[in-house]
Design a protein around this ligand. Sequence first.
Ligand SMILES: [Mn+2]
Length: 336
Amino acid sequence: MMQNFKVLQELLQQPRRIVITAHANPDGDAIGSSLGLFHYLEQFGHRITVIMPTEIPAFINWMPNFNQILVYEHTKRISNQLLADADIIFCLDYNGLKRVEKMSGALETSDAYKVMIDHHMDPQDFCHAVLSDVTASSACQLVYEWIVEMGGIDQMNEDCLTSLYVGLLTDTGGFRHATSPRLFRIVANMLEKGIDNNKLTDLVFNSYTVKSFNLLAYCISDRLELLDDCNTGIISISKEDHKKYNIKRGDLEGVVNFILKIRSIRCAALITERSDIVKLSTRSKGDFSVQEICSKYFNGGGHKNASGGASKLPFEEVVAQFKELVQGEYKAKLTE
Ligand SMILES: [Mn+2]
């Protein structure tokens, strides 16, 4: 779906005040698409600020202009002002106001022209222009394709391409899933323009700290429960674990993917107890849809094979509820 992008292109003919946003707990695609768009648009005299709702993960702290990103939860006053004063707000890699958490109010009330570029299912109606495509690997892919469509291919500089490449890499797990001929053509174009795949792959994927590596080991050796009867693996991390191991938001990023490395596993979940909510991060293989479970039972969603959700129920009950679902309602599908 591509709606009202002519209006947007018209608006961009003049220098504008632009705010680029992405979802809370931003990943490589959220930050890559934001910085990629930033590096493209900045050449045309716009005043641009990138604002993330929450803390940015350290593994991408080498990205061009990373230091200029504002974190909303630490810069509320100035961020609220920027959102209110903006002519255009880009909403990248998210499909609903819920995904920007505490920033949603300021975003909703702003009179700016709002633009969604996203690849998640079920886009909500809060933007004036919408580019939504669930067949795209990443928001970075959609930003790239949009710039190409505007005729901007030669204006994508090294910083822009590097940023966008990060999202392609992270959202496809290093080109292992959500790939397509369309994606690989873009990758080929980027390589021809000088993108160094080996260097960026190393920067993105070999990025563990000793602390996060030890944390992964703990999750797998102590917190992983394998449910053989339904080909599911669950890692559950309590509030006490967070305290004991000094786990910060983002430290468990990607841990859930390791469960899928077991051949028989078709469904994986990381369930974490936060201060006031229990979060679920889920993955699956093949036709099994964790998106369905997350949207039906845990107020969430995302993609068929990678989804997230949350619950207000006590931690132990959420873990039990998830087990009940995979050992009950979804067991047949998981074992067929
Ligand atoms: Mn994404």
